[in-house]
Design a protein around this ligand. Sequence first.
Ligand SMILES: NC(=O)c1ccc[n+]([C@@H]2O[C@H](COP(=O)([O-])OP(=O)(O)OC[C@H]3O[C@@H](n4cnc5c(N)ncnc54)[C@H](OP(=O)(O)O)[C@@H]3O)[C@@H](O)[C@H]2O)c1
Length: 241
Amino acid sequence: MKHVVLVGATDGIGKALARVYLDRSWRVALLGRDEGKVDAVVGELGSEFPSETIVGGVLDVARDGDVVPSLERALAALGQMDLLVYCAGVMEAGVSGTRRMVDVNFIGAVHVLSWGADYFVEAGKGRLAAIGSVAGDRGRKGNPIYGATKAALHQYLEGLRHALHGAGVGVSVIKPGWVRTRMLGDVPGFPPSIAASKAAEIIVRGLDRGRDVFYVPGWWWVVSSALRLMPRPLFKRIAPP
Ligand SMILES: NC(=O)c1ccc[n+]([C@@H]2O[C@H](COP(=O)([O-])OP(=O)(O)OC[C@H]3O[C@@H](n4cnc5c(N)ncnc54)[C@H](OP(=O)(O)O)[C@@H]3O)[C@@H](O)[C@H]2O)c1
């Protein structure tokens, strides 16, 4: 019996991940910032998977002082933890959303994952994971602030992986391309997007394999590597979104 804690999982990719893990009979703790939404999602998944265990918990990752008590409560209800996945994220337009993007996409992640790291180091095993983005691989014109928060998250996770090397704890960076969720919105002209359920399947496979860094779907590795290696003058001229 395996146990997973999903943070920021009341919608989109996080909710789809909960569904995949419940389908595999993992015990799931699902945390989100809005109590009504947490109850609704736990109720919905509970009726889809009546014989599985799902624990709900309220956690607004932007409220520093709430992070550890909420996680401790969820862990106590779940019993133990084999995997912790940080799914929370926001993308807002303009400079006015900077604070929220930094708080949710980076600072909240650091608080949650540091707590998870302490738990797994003590247990001598476990895996930490967080959803980054291809947008964090190189500064792009679409949303430079969002991209910067994801780049910071990637860098933090890489350092954490090295810090935990030898402790039996794995650290995975998940880098999706375009996934059809509320965050992506109804943007025309994004044909290469995939459904959240498909993204969740790919993510679970990557985590099963214990991969350090992986793209969702995998072909984004080719695109992102090409963009990363592209000489600056050419990148400026092409100016990908
Ligand atoms: N969709 C894409 O194309 C795409 C591509 C690359 C990376 N990503 C990343 O994938 C992750 C999931 O995004 P998504 O596409 O599934 O978007 P989404 O449907 O908007 O889901 C975002 C989730 O984060 C939660 N959240 C936001 N602020 C929070 C807070 N302060 N505390 C706790 N939870 C909070 C939301 O809660 P509420 O339900 O309460 O709003 C929601 O459950 C994000 O990190 C995103 O940056 C997405």
